[in-house]
Design a protein around this ligand. Structure first.
Ligand code: ARG
Ligand code: ASP
Length: 713
């Protein structure tokens, strides 16, 4: 009995501890394949990625550069998150047809709605081009020259690598510049909206439930890819036809249970798993607190207005959600990094690293890495903090300043590129600002400005502030700018930009709002950015060497390349977790739990009448499990921003869910993945099918899919 237990512990512990990682789909053979099979996978890695025959990767395109999507029918039907399709749904919404509030379903193909500027990109092949990109680089000593040569080599291989005329070549760096991969891609430009549930389903729980488990959000929307008569990418045309995919995902009706194998396939954006302890300390102690405080102030002001005024609520809903998303993430991230002792763990690793360096006689190559990191991170901190203040206050969270900053860049364009470029950019800016002003309220922004500019003046490193900001009367400054600047109104803004470059710049340089932005931006570009960039380049070079050293000195460790918006595989299992002492979170939520959260009329927790009726009648069709309708589930898949909309795939390659978030306690996974508490959140495909079929009455879409029962063979 004892022996059996010991064997179980020995067998189970390592596989559990080994989870995490975002792997390159063409390189799964070996260690990953073994792990995946141990976790229960029944496919071969060629079923996931193959250049010779169709494979899962042919069904998983990048959705508009920021999210992931998957094809679920032979006619190019595409699934992604509601929050990924949000802009498209919003753009088609009017007061009479409010698709955000009521949902939208095309009952036949002619009713599907085209979307200007919405694209999906397939990854056709993965090709290692490290040798070509690093050709002639090793002998160059200056880091800047090195980077220049690398860029030239990338341009060369991008231009010469064989591809079809409708395809593109893109080179991306892996392992911080130790590996380069060229992707051949295909981008489809005619992508039409097919359906979306109302926000009370697609965004249920909204900002309160964001980054939180247990969750009950039906975060999905549907599109269709259209192609020309040859099944190739084409601009929108009414003559285009539904795309015939090389592969589409069958949908499993059997659902999941705890410990089932899951794999998430998608385009994770950015992680920083190999930072030295000094960098993590900077994030926890300096950068996150500053950014959180700024956004906290901005959100409080906006929320105050939104609660009192319905028109402002509509105007600011999308902006508020976007600012709140990372505000909330950073709070969770800082807490998680502290709770998991990430800095101390990194320091322990660094001790071990240093010993390994000495033991392997690599003192010359790697012995100075950590002391140098420490030196440069100490040196860069005030610049990094100033930079974040500038970016958060000026470029992101104060609308007057962010618009002013765009005009500042316009003036730079005139100075560096001349009149023609100035005019082109000016025209684009005028057009683009129409949307800006539609969602702009000067009263709200004025209050945000007053708070944020005081934080900037009081808390950002003093040595990099223009004198106008130190000990200023922020109230007076605010009322002067907002009563006198022409930037607060679209008509005045257009007036300001009328005429040739010289007269526009003359007018701009008399506007109080513009002059204020200019003083901040000049100061930033002269006193912060150059030094920040200079030290950052050195840090990047150290990080490249540090990465190389880890690959060399820890050959048997699972080291995966940080996310870089390229297609990756992450795998794990359906699993609950302990968020705090004496508490266990189960891995599956049900419609019952959604009903427990129901607050009639609330903008986050209202539930559509039809859904309540279906619940009362327990009318779930074939989508229930023991009389209960599952909604969301969590697993140990290592995901990040960009993985939204990624398919959750079962052991046989069928679609079981749609990734859309992570749990609060595990949001630090971008910097430090802890398998005990990092979980990704997925919406169950059975709930998606239920909403389409029973709730929306769009059964014809379900009929287009291939529904399977992998567990009942
Ligand atoms: N936290 C998720 C992600 O980072 C979902 C964001 C959209 N939802 C929201 N309530 N803002 O994208
Ligand atoms: N919600 C994120 C996204 O939109 C996913 C995540 O950060 O876990 O990609």
């Amino acid at each position: 009995m004892k022996l059996v237990k010991l064997l179980i512990v020995l067998f189970v512990l390592p596989t559990f501890a080994q989870q995490g990682g975002m792997w390159i789909p063409s390189l799964l053979k070996g260690m990953n394949e073994t792990e995946m099979k141990n976790l229960g996978m029944k496919m071969s890695v060629e079923d996931i990625y193959s250049v010779n025959h169709s494979s899962l990767k042919d069904a998983v395109p990048h959705f508009n550069g920021g999210c992931t999507s998957e094809i679920i029918s032979p006619k190019g039907l595409l699934l992604t998150n509601h929050h990924c399709g949000f802009d498209a749904i919003q753009n088609h919404s009017t007061v009479e047809h409010d698709y955000l509030a009521n949902g939208f379903w095309a009952m036949k193909m002619e009713d599907e709605l085209p979307n200007k500027d919405l694209v999906v990109t397939f990854m056709v092949s993965i090709n290692d081009v490290t040798a070509q990109v690093l050709d002639g680089v090793a002998s160059i000593t200056s880091e800047a020259e090195k980077q220049k040569k690398i860029q030239e080599n990338i341009a060369k291989v991008t231009a010469s690598f064989p591809k079809e005329s409708w395809q593109e070549n893109k080179v991306r760096t892996f392992f911080e510049g130790n590996q380069y991969i060229l992707f051949v891609t295909e981008t489809f430009k005619d992508v039409r909206l097919v359906g979306a549930p109302p926000s009370s389903i697609g965004k249920f729980g909204s900002d309160t439930d964001n980054w939180v488990w247990p969750r009950h959000t039906g975060d999905f929307s549907m599109f269709r890819i259209y192609a020309d008569k040859n099944n190739r990418p084409a601009e929108y045309s009414k003559d285009n036809v539904p795309y015939t995919p090389k592969h589409f995902l069958p949908v499993s009706l059997d659902g999941i249970k705890e410990d089932d194998f899951t794999m998430v396939f998608g385009y994770p954006g950015k992680t920083q798993e190999y930072l030295p302890s000094f960098a993590v300390a900077q994030i926890v102690k300096e950068l996150n607190p500053a950014k959180i405080e700024i956004r906290d102030a901005a959100l409080k002001v906006q929320d105050g207005f939104m609660r009192k005024d319905n028109a402002i609520k509509i105007q600011y809903a999308s902006k508020y959600a976007s600012v709140a998303n990372y505000w909330k993430k950073w709070i969770g991230e800082s807490q998680g990094l502290k709770k998991s002792n990430a800095i101390a763990l990194k320091q322990n690793f660094e001790k071990d690293f240093q010993q390994k360096v000495t033991a392997s006689g690599k003192q010359n190559e790697y012995g100075n890495l950590l002391p140098e990191f420490e030196k440069y991170y100490t040196e860069i901190t005030p610049y990094a903090v100033s930079r974040d203040y500038f970016l958060e206050v000026v470029a992101k969270n104060t609308e007057l300043l962010s618009l002013g900053y765009k005009l500042y860049q316009l003036e730079q364009v005139y100075n560096t590129k001349g009149e023609q470029s100035f005019n082109d950019r000016k025209e684009n800016l005028i057009k683009a600002q129409e949307d800006f002003y539609r969602e702009f309220n000067a009263k709200v922004d004025e209050k945000v400005f007053e708070q944020l500019i005081a934080l900037y003046g009081n808390k950002a490193p003093k040595q990099f502030l223009p004198s106008t900001l130190i000990n200023a009367d922020y109230k007076k400054l605010t009322s002067t700018l907002y009563s006198q600047s022409k930037l607060v109104d679209y008509a005045k803004f257009k007036e300001l930009l009328k005429g040739d470059a010289k007269s526009v710049l003359k007018k701009l340089n008399k506007d109080k709002g513009y002059l204020f932005v200019k003083s901040l931006a000049d100061n930033y570009t002269k006193n912060v950015a150059p030094k920040y960039d200079e030290i950052n380049l050195k840090i990047a070079a150290l990080q490249r060497t540090y990465m190389n050293a880890q690959l060399e000195l820890y050959p048997n460790t699972r080291i995966f390349p940080d996310a870089n918006s390229t297609l990756r595989v992450t795998y794990g299992k359906v699993n609950g977790y302990e968020p705090k002492d004496a508490t266990y979170y189960k891995p599956v939520t049900y419609l019952e739990g959604m009903m427990e959260k129901y607050i009639p009329g609330d903008y986050e927790f209202d539930i559509p009448k039809k859904l309540i009726e279906l619940y009362d009648a327990k009318d779930y069709g074939p989508y229930a499990e023991n009389g209960k309708l599952p909604i969301c589930f969590i697993g140990t898949n290592h995901t990040t921003g960009g993985n939204s909309g990624s398919p959750a795939i079962d052991a046989q390659g069928n679609l079981i869910g749609l990734n859309f978030d992570r749990v609060w306690e595990g949001t630090m996974s971008d910097i430090h993945y802890d398998p005990a508490i990092c979980r990704n959140v997925m919406v169950d495909m059975r709930y998606v099918l239920f909403v389409i079929d029973k709730f929306a009455g769009a059964k014809h879409l379900v009929n287009e899919m291939k529904l399977v029962h992998p567990k009942k063979k």
